[in-house]
Design a protein around this ligand. Structure first.
Ligand code: NDP
Ligand code: HSE
Length: 444
C-alpha cells in the first residue's frame, strides 16, 4: 500500500485565531486525513511569550519564541502566519515563500501594505499564498470571487466588512450606549485588531476592500486614491435622524467599476442604508457582501465577520486547499498565471475622479435657531445645483440651536465637498456639518 504523505502545519502566532485553527483542525483531523489521504502533523508553534497561559493545550516542546524556526523547520510545509502586524510578519512570510512553502494568513493589513511584493515572491520562487480569512471572517468571499462567480465582471461589490464596527453600531442603536462603552466587549470577544484604530477609523475595512478590488479588477488601490472614514463621528443622534428618513447607519466598503470608462473607486465610510435592504438588517459581528455580477446578477453573502471560530473556519478551508495542492502538486490559488491575468485586468482600470463618484448624500447641520436660517442653507444647495430630496428640522427646547437634516438627490463627491465647506462658512452654522453617503442599490 502506498505510504501516506505527512503534511506539517506550523504556526506563527497562537492567539485568538491561531488557537481556534489548532483546536478545530484537531477536532476534524481524522475526517480530514481520511478525506484527503494525507497525514497531518503540527511540528512547531511560535508565540511571543511561551509562558503565557493558553486556552488550548499543545504537546510539550512544540512552542517556541523563534518564528524563523517555524519557517526553516523541514517538517513544516504550511506556515500559518497568524501573528498580525506588517513588519515581522512580512519577513517570515517572504522567507517561507522563498523556500517554496505555502503560507496561509488572515493578515489583511500585511497584504494591503506589501501584497505586490509578496505576490511577486510567489511568482518568482514558486511558493503559495492563501488568504481567504483576510476578508469577512467566515464568509468564503475570495473563493466566491475566484471560483463560484468566476464568469462575472463586477460593477459593484459593496458590504459590511468590519465585524467590530457592525457590532458596535448595532449595539449603540439597540442599547443607546456610546461606542467607547461597547468597544471593551468587542475586545473581550476577540473581534478587535491589536491596534483598535484599524477597526474604528475604517482602515481594516479599507484593507479588505483593497484585496477584493485587486482580485476583481486587478488594480492595487492606495489610501491616497480612496475615501476612508470610520465610525467615531457617528452619534446616537445620527442613528435616530437616519431612522426618521427611513435608513440605518452601517460602515460599508464600496468598490465600483464603470466598464465603459474604466473608472473604478474604492471607499469605506458610514452610510445610510434603506431599511428595506438586506444590508440594513445585518447586525452584530455579522458581515454581508453584495456582489453585482454581469452574469449572475446580485449575490449576497452573510456570515460572521470576526472572532475565533469564524476566522478559523476560513483559515482551515485554505489549509485544506493547500494540502490538496501539496498532495497533487497542483495549487489552485495564487499561481503565476493568476497574477499575470490580474495584472492584465488592471491595465484597463483607472481611479475615478471626485467628479465621477456620485451618490445621494445626508447632511446634519447644527445651526443657531433664528428666523431665515434655512434660506441661507437652501441657497448654498441651489448655487451648487444640488437638488434637495428631504429636509427635517429639529428644535432643542431651552437652547438657541437647531438641527437641520437633509437628504439630497444624486450628486458628486466634489460638489458635496464644496457645499459642506460653504455651509460651514455661514455665520449661523455652528460646526462643520456631518456629511454621510446614502447607499443605493439598484438590483435587490
Ligand atoms: P492575537 O493578538 O490574538 O494573537 C497574535 C499572536 O501572535 C499571539 O499568539 C502572539 O504571541 C503572537 N505574536 C505576536 N508577535 C509575535 C512575535 N514577534 N513573534 C512570535 N509570535 C508573536 O491576534 P489575532 O489572533 O486576533 O489575529 C491574528 C491575525 O488574524 C491578525 O493579522 C488579524 O488581523 C487577523 N484576523 C483576526 C481576526 C479576529 O477576529 N481576531 C479575524 C480576521 C483576521 P503571544 O500569544 O505570546 O502574545
Ligand atoms: N477586526 C476585524 C473585524 C477582524 O472586526 O472585522 C476580522 O477581520
Amino acid at each position: 500500500m502506498k505510504e501516506q504523505k505527512t503534511i506539517g502545519i506550523g504556526f506563527i502566532g497562537f492567539g485568538t485565531v491561531g488557537q481556534g485553527v489548532w483546536k478545530h483542525l484537531n477536532a476534524q483531523r481524522e475526517t480530514l486525513e481520511a478525506r484527503l489521504g494525507v497525514k497531518i502533523s503540527f511540528p512547531r508553534i511560535a508565540v511571543k511569550n511561551i509562558n503565557r497561559k493558553r486556552d488550548v493545550v499543545v504537546p510539550a516542546g512544540v512552542l517556541t519564541d523563534d518564528p524563523m524556526s517555524v519557517v526553516n523547520d523541514p517538517a513544516v510545509t504550511i506556515v500559518c502566519e497568524l501573528m498580525g502586524g506588517t513588519e515581522e510578519a512580512k519577513d517570515y512570510t517572504l522567507a517561507a515563500l522563498k523556500l517554496g512553502k505555502v503560507v496561509v494568513t488572515a493578515n489583511k493589513a500585511l497584504i494591503y501594505k506589501s501584497g505586490r511584493e509578496l505576490f511577486d515572491a510567489v511568482s518568482k520562487f514558486g511558493g503559495h499564498y492563501y488568504f481567504e480569512a483576510s476578508v469577512a471572517g467566515a464568509i468564503p468571499i475570495i473563493k466566491t470571487l475566484r471560483e463560484g462567480l468566476v464568469a462575472n465582471r463586477f460593477a459593484s461589490i459593496a458590504g459590511i466588512i468590519n465585524g467590530t464596527c457592525n457590532y458596535i453600531l448595532s449595539r449603540m442603536e439597540a442599547e443607546g450606549k456610546s461606542y467607547e462603552e461597547i468597544l471593551e466587549d468587542a475586545k473581550s470577544l476577540g473581534y478587535v485588531e491589536q491596534d483598535d484604530s484599524l477597526d474604528l477609523d475604517g482602515w481594516d475595512a479599507f484593507h479588505k476592500a483593497v484585496i477584493l478590488a485587486f482580485l476583481a479588477h486587478g488594480k492595487w488601490v492606495s489610501e491616497d486614491d480612496a475615501l476612508v472614514e470610520g465610525i467615531r463621528q457617528v452619534t446616537l443622534e445620527d442613528m435616530h435622524r437616519a431612522r426618521d428618513f427611513g435608513y440605518r447607519i452601517k460602515l460599508i466598503g464600496m468598490i465600483r467599476r464603470d466598464f465603459k470608462t474604466g473608472a473604478m473607486s474604492v471607499g469605506v465610510y458610514p452610510a445610510l442604508i434603506p431599511l428595506d435592504k438586506t444590508l440594513a438588517r445585518v447586525d452584530g459581528v455579522y458581515n454581508a457582501i453584495k456582489l453585482s455580477g454581469d452574469v449572475a446578477g446580485t449575490t449576497i453573502l452573510i456570515g460572521r465577520g470576526a472572532g475565533r471560530d469564524a476566522t478559523s473556519s476560513a483559515v482551515i478551508s485554505d489549509i485544506v486547499d493547500a494540502m490538496i495542492g501539496i498532495r497533487d502538486n497542483a495549487h489552485k490559488f495564487l499561481t503565476k498565471q493568476d497574477l499575470e491575468a490580474c495584472k492584465r485586468l488592471g491595465e484597463s482600470a483607472r481611479m475615478a475622479t471626485m467628479d465621477e463618484i456620485c451618490s445621494k448624500f445626508y447632511l446634519r447641520i447644527s445651526v443657531v435657531d433664528e428666523p431665515g436660517i434655512l434660506v441661507g442653507v437652501y441657497n448654498v444647495f441651489a448655487q451648487n445645483n444640488v437638488s434637495i430630496a428631504r429636509v427635517i428640522t429639529y428644535e432643542h427646547p431651552g437652547e438657541r440651536r437647531g438641527t437641520v437634516t437633509m437628504a439630497t438627490y444624486p450628486t458628486s463627491e466634489a460638489i458635496m465637498e464644496k457645499v459642506t465647506a460653504e455651509l460651514e462658512a455661514l455665520p449661523q452654522v455652528r460646526t462643520k456639518p456631518l456629511l454621510l453617503r446614502i447607499y443605493e442599490s439598484t438590483r435587490e
